[in-house]
Structure formats: C-alpha cells, structure tokens
Design a protein around this ligand. Structure first.
Ligand SMILES: [Cu+2]
Length: 110
C-alpha cells in the first residue's frame, strides 16, 4: 500500500517536471556550404534556448554576439555544435568572421 502511494507520488513529480524540461526551445543556426548564414526561426522572447548550429563549411564560422552571449564555431570546424544560452533583452548579431561584411544577420529580444 505504501509502495503504491510512493509510486503515485513519483509519477506525479515526473509529470510536474516534464513541462519544465520541454520548455527550453531550440534555435537552429546554419552556415554554408555557400556564402549563406541564417537562423531558421529567430527568437523574440528572453530566456533559455538551445542553439544548435549546423556549420557546413571549413571556410566559414557561425558567431553569435549579444547581451551576455559570445559563442562561435571554429572556421575550420564542420559539423553540429550545441550551445546553451540565456537570451536577454537587446539585439543579437550573428555573422561569419571571415566574411562578416555580407554574411550576417540579427534578431532582437524584447
Ligand atoms: Cu564565411
């Protein structure tokens, strides 16, 4: 009887924890293989996000700079890299360092 109660309590705790775990949205960034850099769905609200960068070229990097954030992939790196970020109000700029005059974009958190 007691075991059953404890199991029910554990199940209730798990259900309560699920929304919090699922709440961190994923932001998908991409650079290359051509001279293109993008963020699929730009975030607009402050809070934690998981930035998943798909770096498809060894001549580009993906660099994101903004309030409290300065993350990048290496230029020579090719593959997927994930960053846990906390976005704050302000403007964030993303660009490729070797070609930042034209490979760039931004989004604003309000
Ligand atoms: Cu580049």
């Amino acid at each position: 009887m007691r075991t059953r109660f404890l199991l029910a309590l554990l199940a209730a705790a798990l259900v309560a924890a699920l929304p919090a775990m699922a709440a961190t949205p994923t932001v998908k960034g991409s650079v290359g293989p051509g001279f293109v850099i993008s963020i699929a769905t730009k975030p607009t609200k402050p809070g934690k996000v998981k930035l998943v960068v798909s770096d498809k070229a060894s001549i580009h990097d993906f660099h994101l700079v903004g309030p409290g954030v300065n993350v990048k992939t290496d230029v020579s790196f090719v593959g997927t890299k994930t960053f846990a970020l906390t976005l704050k109000k302000g403007t964030y700029r993303f660009f490729c360092d070797p070609h930042k005059s034209f490979m760039k974009g931004s989004f604003t958190i309000r």
